[in-house]
Design a protein around this ligand. Structure first.
Ligand code: SAM
Ligand code: SF4
Length: 394
C-alpha cells in the first residue's frame, strides 16, 4: 500500500476513527448455515474487472468523505482469501490514493483456513494486510463435515500456524452450540483453540438463519440444536474458559487480550463512521452534517454493472433521524462490555434514556452504571441482551 501516513493538513474529524469495509462476495461453496452475501461461481471471476470497480466505488465514496484519515480496513466476505494478492494490493492502493491512511492502520483480511489459501498469506502481507481472521469454525472433523466446511481440523491448525508466522496479528472464529455438543466437549475444544495463543477469538453460537439448508433441516426435525438452557450452559463455559485464559469477552461474541480488540469492529459497535464498498456492503457516513446509512446492490455482477455505469453501487443512501441513530447507538453499544455513554445517547436522541426503565433493569441486575457513568449490560444480562435492548429502546 502506498501513501500510508503521509503528512497532510489536519482533516475534519482528525482523531476520530474512520473504517473502510470491503466486501468480496464469492466462495468456493455455500456453507449450509450461512446467510452472508456469498455466491458460488463456476467460471473464473474476472478479478481485474472487479478490482477496477472497487477502485471506482472507493473514489466516489472518498469524494463524499473528504479529509478523513482511515484508521482501519476490513476485507470481509464471502471469502476474500480467494482473491489474488495483487487484487488485494490494488484495493488497498485505491484506498490510500483517495483517503489519507493513518500510520499503524489495522488491515484485516478474512480467510478460510485451507492450505491453498495459506500459500497466499505472504502475498497478502506484502500487499499491506497486517491481521487475518480465520474461519476455523471447529477443531472436530465430524463437526466440520456437518457444517459443510471444505477443510479438516488439521488443515485449519496448519493455516493458523502460517498466519501466526505471516502477520502481526491474527484471530479465528469458532461456532459452538452445535448439534449434540456437550459442555465437556466444548470446553476441551476451546482449550485446544486457546493453546494456539491467538490474541483474539470470535466465538459464535450457531444460529439457524432463514432460507438456509440448515433452516430446512431444522424445520423438518433433522437438525437438533441445543435448547436455550443447554445453549446457556455452553455460553457460560465460553465465558469462564476464555476469561481464565486471558481472553475475556469485550463484545457478546468476541474475546481478546486487553488491547488486542478488533479496532475495525469497535468502530461499528461504538457507532463510529465507516464506508462500505463492494456488493452488499453497508456504511454509516457523516455527509453535510447528517448521518447517512448506505448499502450497495448485493448481487455481484449487478453491482459491477452499476458501478461501471454510475461510479457506485448504492441502492440505499438514507439520512437517519435522531431516533434512528439513537436506536442504532444503543443496539450496537450495549453489545460491548464497556457499554454506552448515556450523555452521548441523550445528545443523539435529543432526549435522555428512560430513568425508570434503567432503574428496573438495574434492580434486576441486568444493567449497571459504572464509576464513569457508563451504562453497561452485566454478565447476567448478556444472555438476555436482545430483551434488555428492546426494553430500553421502547
Ligand atoms: C463472513 S463469515 C465467514 C468468513 C469466511 N468465509 C469463513 O467462512 O471462514 C464470518 C463468520 O460468521 C460466522 N457465522 C456465519 N454464519 C453463522 C451462523 N449461522 N451461526 C453462527 N455463526 C455464523 C462464522 O464463524 C464465520 O467465520
Ligand atoms: S461461512 Fe464463509 S465460506 Fe461458508 S458460505 Fe459463508 S462466507 Fe462463504
Amino acid at each position: 500500500m502506498t501513501g500510508a501516513g503521509s503528512p497532510h493538513a489536519s482533516p475534519p474529524g482528525k482523531g476520530n476513527a474512520f473504517g473502510v469495509y470491503v466486501h468480496w462476495p464469492f466462495c468456493l461453496s455455500k456453507c449450509p448455515y450461512c446467510d452472508f452475501n456469498s455466491h458460488v461461481r463456476h467460471a473464473p471471476v474476472d478479478e481485474d474487472r472487479f478490482a477496477r470497480a472497487f477502485a471506482r466505488e472507493i473514489e466516489t465514496t472518498a469524494a463524499r468523505t473528504p479529509g478523513r484519515e482511515v484508521s482501519s480496513i476490513f476485507l470481509g466476505g464471502g471469502t476474500p482469501s480467494l482473491m489474488r494478492p495483487q487484487t488485494v494490493g490494488a484495493i488497498l492502493d485505491a484506498i490510500a490514493k483517495h483517503w489519507r491512511v493513518a500510520p499503524g492502520v489495522e488491515v484485516t483480511l478474512e480467510a478460510n483456513p485451507t492450505s491453498v489459501e495459506a500459500t497466499r498469506f505472504a502475498g497478502y502481507r506484502s500487499a499491506g494486510v497486517n491481521r487475518v481472521s480465520l474461519g476455523v469454525q471447529s477443531l472436530d472433523d465430524a463437526a466440520l463435515a456437518q457444517l459443510g466446511r471444505l477443510h479438516s481440523a488439521r488443515e485449519a491448525l496448519e493455516a493458523v500456524a502460517v498466519a501466526r508466522d505471516s502477520f502481526e496479528r491474527f484471530s479465528f472464529d469458532l461456532i459452538y452450540a452445535r448439534p449434540d455438543q456437550t459442555p465437556d466437549a466444548w470446553q476441551a475444544e476451546l482449550d485446544r483453540a486457546l493453546d494456539e495463543d491467538s490474541e483474539h477469538l470470535s466465538l459464535y453460537q450457531l444460529t439457524i438463519e432463514a432460507d438456509t439448508p440448515f433452516a430446512t433441516l431444522h424445520a423438518a426435525g433433522k437438525l437438533r440444536i441445543p435448547d436455550p438452557d443447554a445453549a446457556r450452559v455452553l455460553y457460560d463455559v465460553t465465558q469462564e474458559v476464555t476469561a481464565a485464559r486471558g481472553l475475556p469477552a469485550y463484545e457478546v461474541s468476541n474475546h481478546a487480550r486487553p488491547g488486542a480488540e478488533c479496532r475495525h469492529n469497535l468502530i461499528y459497535w461504538r457507532y463510529g463512521e465507516y464506508a462500505g464498498v463492494g456488493p452488499g456492503a453497508h456504511g454509516r457516513l457523516q455527509v453535510d452534517g447528517a448521518r447517512v446509512a448506505t448499502a450497495t446492490e448485493k448481487h455481484p455482477e449487478r453491482w459491477l454493472l452499476r458501478v461501471e455505469s454510475r461510479g457506485h453501487g448504492l441502492i440505499v443512501d438514507d439520512t437517519l433521524s435522531r431516533e434512528e441513530q439513537a436506536d442504532e447507538l444503543l443496539l450496537m453499544g450495549l453489545r460491548l462490555t464497556e457499554g454506552i455513554d448515556p450523555v452521548r445517547f441523550a445528545a443523539t436522541a435529543g432526549r435522555p434514556l428512560d430513568a425508570s426503565r434503567i432503574a428496573d433493569l438495574c434492580t434486576q441486575h441486568l444493567l449497571e452504571i459504572d464509576g464513569a457513568g457508563r451504562l453497561r449490560v452485566t454478565p447476567a444480562g448478556f444472555p438476555l441482551l436482545d430483551a434488555v435492548v428492546a426494553d430500553l429502546a421502547a
